[in-house]
Design a protein. Sequence first.
Length: 253
Amino acid sequence: MSLTVFITGATAGFGEAMARRMVADGHRVIATGRRQERLDALAAALGDALLPVRLDVTDTHAVSALPESLPEPWREIDVLVANAGLALGLTPAWQADPSDWERMIATNIGGVTGLVRALLPGMVARDGGHVITLGSIAGHYPYPGGHVYGATKAFVAQFVRNLKADLVGTGVRVTNIEPGLVGGSEFSNVRFGDDEKAAAVYRNADPLLPEDIAEAVAWVVGLPRRVNINSIEMMPTTQAPSALTIKRREAKS
Ligand code: NDP
Ligand code: 8X3
């Protein structure tokens, strides 16, 4: 069955890999992101099965105008992949740039809630659909410098659990995919603004790849309608949740 799949952040990384995989699997994809030249390149590569739409997920007006702002044949969206997101910085909380925190909250939280609120009514009315979010292991396991990024992903995890509570009894499914270390995307380049530092994150780590995340999306989407995968936590074989830490020092009286 051919589905209409709406993907945020399809200009790079996971979103681009998902767009390619969904089209290869016979689905139609609405690919969104802010970089028009990347959307044009994807459209040129994937042809009529892909509709490129420039969208900043923090633009609340553009998001709330969906799906009516889309061309008529593309308005009945079967699958929303709320993938666009970012981490900025890895410094301790007290050194972090407050504007970085605001941007992560606006994108990783506001960008997800806005899209869900815009597209969910149509899914419920049609008694079918699937909301897929990109959480992270950072939403479960704390690490130094993870502060607001991890907290936004914890929000996503609980938002999805609460959506499930509302959607039970409808034909709409909801899944949170929570990867660990994934290379081959721009995630660390964006986080550090430094390509050398970004490359070092993955050196000799054999990380997951964007295609592995696309595989998980393809799997949950292709399951029978009776099956709802609530969440998937996935890590490379080389990664594990960090151990608890104790730093010993003289107590101050
Ligand atoms: P990339 O940086 O490679 O891709 C991020 C995508 O999000 C780009 O297409 C970018 O497009 C888009 N984006 C960013 N901000 C906005 C915005 N305001 N409006 C619209 N689009 C936006 O990252 P990944 O593919 O690695 O990450 C995808 C998701 O997975 C994120 O939510 C991330 O937090 C999460 N994740 C990543 C992990 C990793 O290790 N890589 C692990 C776990 C979760 P453009 O700039 O063109 O707008
Ligand atoms: C991305 C994975 O561990 O860098 O969400 O936060 S991590």
